[in-house]
Design a protein around this ligand. Structure first.
Ligand code: IMP
Ligand code: MG
Length: 184
């Protein structure tokens, strides 16, 4: 892995504390419900693993893999479903788990798609909410941390598939990613 050029935004203990708070809130809100957690790969995998182990209520987990990014840092605006969920969601309480909402295009597209399958309820939880480049009116129901801007890596989030394994969350130095644009 390349050496990281950036600074820590949220360290592991802060992340851990916030994930536990979110899990408590979700456990209270979904008590007695038929909770289906749908995590969006790849970025949400570490957040999901920590969140699910802190939930105190029964739930099932499924995954979708969406892609709107090539190797750069700007959304292409086109969302591709690389892998759809497998569990039925009709009449169930669905919670989408995302690593970060940026333009909002990915999650808005996916939520719309799931809504057509008539879940009883549909909400979303994102670890990070980055509003600066928002292009939709999508508002996540549960937010771990708000971030102003920049490109964030670590704890599942990548830059060109790098840095997902870092236990802390970093903001990359602008020089480390600016000028790189993706068309794929
Ligand atoms: P959106 O469609 O622009 O909201 O982008 C959502 C997806 O882009 C997220 O699920 C991430 O995988 C990726 N993404 C957006 N911003 C960042 C970032 O700052 N760091 C890492 N990935 C990001
Ligand atoms: Mg990504």
């Amino acid at each position: 892995m390349n050496e990281i050029k950036g600074s820590i935004l949220f360290d592991r203990s802060k992340i851990n504390g916030r994930v536990r708070e979110l899990a408590d809130e979700i456990s209270r809100d979904y008590e007695g419900k038929d909770l289906v957690i749908v995590a969006i790969l790849k970025g949400a995998f570490i957040f999901l693993a920590d969140l699910t182990r802190n939930l105190s209520i029964p739930h099932v987990v499924d995954f979708a893999r969406l892609a709107s990014y090539g190797s750069g840092t700007e959304s292409t605006g086109i969302v591709e479903i690389k892998k759809d969920i497998e569990v039925p969601v009709h009449g169930r309480d669905v919670l989408i788990i995302e690593d970060i909402v940026d333009t909002g295009i990915t999650i808005a597209f996916f939520a719309e798609r799931l809504r057509k399958r008539n879940p009883r309820s549909l909400r979303s939880c994102t670890l990070l909410d980055k509003k600066e480049r928002r292009q939709t009116d999508f508002q996540p129901d549960y937010v771990g941390f708000n971030v102003e801007k920049g490109f964030i890596v670590g704890y599942g989030l990548d830059y060109d598939d790098q840095y997902r394994c870092l236990p802390d969350i970093y903001a990359l130095d602008e020089a480390a990613y600016s000028g790189v644009k993706s068309d794929s």
